[in-house]
Design a protein around this ligand. Sequence first.
Ligand code: SF4
Ligand code: SF4
Length: 421
Amino acid sequence: MISSTFGKHDEKKQSVPHDLEILPVTLPPVVRIPCQRQDLPCEVLVEPGTRVLRGQPVAVTGGAAVHSPVSGRVKQIAVMDNCEGVPATTVVVENDGLGESVELSKITGINGMTAAEIYERLNAAGIVITFVDGTTFVYGLPSPGAGIHTLLLHGWVGALNGSGGEELPPWFHEVISGLRVLFTLYPEAGLVWHSHPSPTLKTLLSEFPKARTLPGAGNSPDMPVKWAVEEIAGRPLERGASPLAEEILPVTLQQARAIHRALFLGEPYMEQLILVEGNGVRRPGYYQVPLGTDLGEVLISAEVKETELAKVVVGCALNGTSVPRLDLPVGKGVFSILTFCEDEVFHYLDRACIHCGRCYQVCQVKLLPQRIAAYAARQNWEAAKVEGVLLCNECGRCSYVCPAGKPLLQLLRLAKKMLVS
Ligand code: SF4
Ligand code: SF4
């Protein structure tokens, strides 16, 4: 299943550019592993005092296991905030620094394996996929018979910014292999990516001749995944609706890589490949981060500019979540961390509306953001609903163009949250 180019060196190509290498983070003394997904029941398999090995399952949620990325002793099991501030069952493990691992069962190929056997192996390794719609939703892989018709690449697809002439790093070949595994599970599916493809991404996806870019991607470096799902489905999605119900499987490059490593190397999904970027760090790049590591520890490895850092966003720039503090743990939904300095942060002014109409003009779903925000400010949630707030895809354009500096997006988000909770 590994690409035919795997491991070969092409003299005509340049070496792997530095910004596509995977960088390590300093292993934390304690990991707080978020195990919960949405409101699914979470069965914890350990108790305080249990000694665990690296790669040992500590919980099962919705059929997919969650593993410890370090060896050590379980210190605590509690409900704690995940990195988006959502309470989640969390297993806290004190890292003993020994890195003692469970034995990994490798395989060299999948000839003779049924789709059900592959699926079972991926579930046991804790493979999940994510979908961002205001908050990050984490789903288990759909079963092989689920009728998936589209694999939608998302995440930091647009951030692969090499020139395209360079040699692809080995982890890209793992991505290609992981995508091929998904085609084995969902043979009817086509491959779509949702952003203007960088040259490096084009090189990677040339392995899939039938892959296509969504027409709506234009020159967008990173179209929000919800827009992409809506464009493929041909209709708006309500907040919280699963793309799997539309038979669309969103997958990030790092999840595809995790699928390869889980299936062939027997490696549980216990580390997250995270793009750290922005002017708040001196060493941006792709970091291999054990689950449960604090965001702050990741930023220290990326040489954070402590005195200049003003804002940290988890997820994409358009649709990510601004985190209130840095002692929050990395979970399987975190694929990028964006950092901003003080002079890059926009502060809302909330002056009186001058009725310029710009917020309406830029809204792609033709809402009246100013009117809905006014209802939300008065906590009139039903009126906001009648005005269509649930159709808002939280793109943030209305807030961006508002000359009065009104917090339109925040108010619309609040109304949506109140209506669906
Ligand atoms: S965030 Fe504003 S511009 Fe974007 S969909 Fe919602 S109301 Fe429209
Ligand atoms: S863009 Fe701002 S100032 Fe203009 S109508 Fe909308 S809320 Fe009012």
